[in-house]
Design a protein around this ligand. Structure first.
Ligand code: NAP
Ligand code: ZN
Length: 352
């Protein structure tokens, strides 16, 4: 097998900035497609992995799991795609495809471990995977999605992670016309949660630390904004929500949000990975039959369902296009919550 060498952007160490690198893509298997990457969204997980915030980063790290591009080659057994098609790849590029989770279209919970688009173990080569901050990617067609033609491909890229990560809990907790939900944090995930929940017919409130984002939140479709650092505003929403989607990336006090859950309500964490601090008080959970839960991205079929829904409802991300050479500055701005509301890399810049 002959590997394909491609240009990429990545980092050799947690403390080092991202820089140009050359990486190898595997020669196509019969089920693989090769995609020429046009756009790649910048997720906060990219930063967490580049800087080894979660431990376990394998260097070099080439981040990027919001990929949209054009198919340039297909293996002999590929049936879903042909050369020239627009296609997309999200957070997974493989899974065992045989376990009970995979059989239920829940590849993200694969019992044998899904293969992350970056920092995963490639099931074919044994090496680790590299993400979308690169010229090309080679992926099993099962993990490749179709982007509705009416959507702008650059603004659709963030749907592949920010979109599906918020769509999956909205669907799992059956958000629909008449549901009352809240979103914590107005960043990449948060702004997609607002758009998707509104399109499903929910009444949506944003919890934010940033008063200057209030106007944007209302324009994005939120019905109300609560500044989470203001105790009076916080008590004004007591017992209101059926579901709260918490997108905050760092440790924060969950107890603040529990009173705003209705009886049987759920706070689902999608942002922070780790031990809660301060500790979670179980009393209001028990007294109100409330839940605190977690959720990871979404399965492939569910991702396609979300993309089709976005096509039907004309939903895309609010993006700021950057060049790959601006990625380190973009990470610093992301840390300051200074993104309106997703950076997307124009991958043509990698060729210059
Ligand atoms: P982002 O664009 O940086 O947005 C995060 C938002 O959270 C910020 O805009 C800010 O909103 C708020 N925030 C940031 N730091 C905070 C702090 N210390 N305390 C309170 N609020 C804070 O990030 P993202 O790309 O949406 O990603 C969010 C998190 O989800 C990341 O940790 C990412 O790794 C994770 N993630 C998880 C999954 C999954 O499958 N579960 C998938 C993708 C990403 P305000 O200014 O409005 O307060
Ligand atoms: Zn992501």
């Amino acid at each position: 097998m002959e590997n394909i060498e491609v240009k990429a952007y990545g980092t050799e160490a947690a403390e080092a900035p991202l820089k140009p690198l050359n990486i190898q893509r595997r020669e196509l298997t019969s089920k693989d497609v090769e995609i020429d990457i046009l756009f790649c969204g910048v997720c906060h997980s990219d930063l967490h992995t580049a800087r080894n915030d979660w431990g376990g980063s394998m260097y070099p790290v080439v981040p990027g799991h919001e990929i949209v591009g054009r198919i340039t080659k297909v293996g002999s057994d590929v049936s879903k795609f042909k050369v020239g098609d627009m296609a997309a790849v999200g957070c997974m590029v493989d899974s065992c495809q045989t376990c009970a989770s995979c059989a239920q279209d829940l590849e993200q919970y694969c019992e044998n471990g899904f293969t992350g688009t970056y920092n995963g173990m490639d099931r074919h080569t044994g090496g680790h995977t590299f993400g979308g901050y690169s010229e090309k990617v080679v992926v099993d067609e099962h993990f490749v999605l179709t982007v509705p033609e009416n959507l702008d491909p650059a603004a659709a890229a963030p749907l592949l992670c920010a979109g599906i990560t918020t769509w999956s809990p909205l669907r799992h907790w059956k958000v629909q016309e008449g549901s009352t939900i809240a979103v914590v944090g107005l960043g990449g995930l948060g702004h997609m949660a607002i758009k998707l929940a509104k399109a499903l017919g929910a009444h949506v409130t944003l919890f934010s630390r940033s008063p200057e984002k209030e106007k944007d939140a209302l324009e994005l479709g939120a019905d109300a904004v609560v500044i989470s650092t203001d105790p009076i505003q916080m008590t004004s929403v007591n017992r209101k929500f059926d579901l709260i989607i918490d997108t905050v990336p760092y440790v924060h006090d969950l107890n603040l949000y529990i009173p705003s859950l209705n009886i049987n309500g759920t706070l689902v964490l999608v942002g922070f990975l780790g031990n809660v601090d301060p500790l979670l008080n179980t009393v209001p959970l028990i007294l109100g039959r409330k839940s605190v839960a977690g959720s990871l991205i979404g399965g492939i079929a569910e991702t396609q369902e979300m993309l089709d829904f976005c096509g039907k409802h004309q939903i895309v991300s609010e993006i700021e296009m950057i060049k790959i050479q601006d990625i380190n500055e973009a990470y610093e701005r992301m840390l300051k919550s200074d993104v309106r509301y997703r950076f997307v890399i124009d991958m043509a810049s990698l060729k210059s």
